[in-house]
Design a protein. Structure first.
Length: 103
């Protein structure tokens, strides 16, 4: 069961904000803005399934809930780095490095 914040943003049972009717998290739009300085028009080009209203609603939600959103983004970043580290240390990648070193 999700909670509708407004007609364009809803919060799922895990507390994650989603753009209503899409499979796009609010933080995905926000990260494009923070990391790349993307404008709403540029984001719309990258996510053509989102309307400009969706994008502005996501950015507005971020500004209203900045502390919470930045904590969520930080957590996702940490999880992604952990997955990358685990993959780097996987037996498969270790074997590939051994093969490369022996050539």
């Amino acid at each position: 069961m999700s909670t509708v914040v407004n007609s364009l943003i809803e919060i799922d049972e895990s507390g994650v904000a989603w753009i209503t009717g899409t499979n796009t998290k609010v933080c995905e739009v926000v990260v494009d803005t923070l990391a790349h300085g993307s404008s709403p028009d540029e984001i719309h080009f990258q996510y053509p399934h989102l309307s400009l209203a969706h994008i502005h609603a996501a950015l507005s939600f971020y500004h209203l809930h900045r502390t919470q959103m930045e904590a969520e983004i930080q957590q996702c970043w940490l999880e992604a780095n952990k997955l990358a580290e685990d993959e780097y240390n996987s037996p498969f990648h270790q074997r590939l490095r051994e093969i490369k070193d022996n050539q």
